[in-house]
Design a protein around this ligand. Structure first.
Ligand SMILES: Cc1ncc(COP(=O)(O)O)c(C=O)c1O
Length: 348
């Protein structure tokens, strides 16, 4: 069996030999006491890279987002966020379950943005009937789509006009920055908090950093403790994060090029590609389970959904992409041959 080409997500990467070595050799302490030198180094490095006063290491993006929301909003207060936002759809309702925060949802447009007129209309007046609207939360990239800096600036202006705080789920902010040839510092300027995952395109096995002002990060530290995220010799994780920031940021453009290669290959093979955004490709398929099973037999791993989201990352190279394209093409040609596997993919 050839090596797997795993296109399910950029979270599937495994730490490289260099990263593992750094983790093994990291000086450690007890981070709940604040004396893990490697955690402190990562937090200082991240704060400086993002242009914020302070940073805090979390085990996951889910916990970091929730701690941020809990630090911005009190019980019964409200966050405005997109209908596709990870914090709203894919974090098991933690903001409501654990934060007692009300989500006010605004639909994401096809480009991933929120209509700012709709955002303004969703802000509640000061009236005891309503929850107090406290926070606007955006996500960049959102399913691979980049929110451009000009849009972010307009959104920040709307929030400021109405006295709302702002949070950015920047799980893949480095992909957004790479796609626009920008620094994350410039892309994140003006937000009150940013959450950035080290465990996605950057290739660390675990870890997310939350950025904000000193006072905000102190609040978030308490929320992290409530959520069970106070870790002890967390330098083992932080070392992977430092390695990721120092070695795996510049190369994100390779993932974007591989996504383009994949999209072109699939189009040429006869598939309908409905989206190509940073490191994600969306393909229309009619029988996702059948296609997924066919690909799995060739050790090409996908999530069997329609549209099918394929994600490139540092454990898939151009040769792997070509193998995946060949497997998709093989599937399509068999499905068009009478008596072979039934057709599942929609041709262009
Ligand atoms: C946009 C976004 N935010 C947050 C998260 C949560 O990260 P984690 O899986 O580390 O909890 C994810 C995970 O896929 C994500 O895609």
């Amino acid at each position: 069996m050839p090596e797997p080409v795993d296109l399910r997500s950029d979270t599937v990467t495994r730490p490289s030999a260099g990263m593992r070595r750094t983790m093994m050799e990291a000086p450690l302490g007890d981070d709940v006491f604040g004396d893990d030198p490697t955690v402190n180094r990562l937090q200082e490095q991240a704060a400086s890279l993002f242009g914020f006063e302070a940073a805090l290491l979390f085990p996951t993006g889910t916990q970091s987002n929730l701690a941020a929301l809990m630090s911005h909003c009190q019980r019964g207060e409200e966050v405005i966020l997109g209908s596709e936002a990870h914090s709203y759809r894919y974090e098991a309702g933690g903001l409501a379950v654990l934060g007692s925060i009300q989500p006010q949802v605004v639909p994401n447009r096809p480009d991933g943005t929120l209509d700012l007129a709709e955002v303004e209309a969703a802000i509640k007046p000061d009236d005891p009937h309503f929850p107090r609207t406290r926070l606007l939360a955006l996500e960049n990239t959102i399913t691979g789509r980049v929110l451009p800096r000009s849009y972010l600036s307009n959104a920040l202006q709307v929030a400021k006009k109405h006295g709302l705080a702002t949070h950015l789920d920047g799980a893949r902010i480095f992909n957004a920055a790479a796609a626009q040839n920008m620094k994350v510092k410039d892309l994140c300027a003006g937000f009150d908090s940013v959450s950035s995952c080290l465990s996605k395109g950057l290739g660390a096995p675990v870890g997310t950093v939350l950025l904000g002002k000193n006072e905000f990060i102190q609040k978030a530290k308490r929320a992290r403790k409530i959520l069970g995220g106070g870790m002890r010799q967390a330098g083992v994780i932080a070392a992977a994060g430092i390695y990721a920031l120092e070695n795996n940021v510049e190369r994100l453009k390779e993932d974007h090029a591989n996504a383009r290669r994949l999209a072109d290959g699939l189009r040429n093979a006869g598939f309908e590609v409905s989206g190509l955004n940073t490191n994600m490709v969306m393909v229309m398929v009619e029988r996702p389970q059948e296609l997924g099973d066919f690909l799995k037999a060739k050790n090409i791993l996908v999530l069997s959904r329609n549209p099918m989201r394929l994600v490139t990352h540092l454990d898939v190279d151009a040769a792997g992409i070509d193998r995946a394209v060949a497997a998709f093409a093989d599937y399509l040609s068999r499905s068009r041959t009478p008596g072979r596997a039934a057709g599942t993919a929609r041709a262009r």
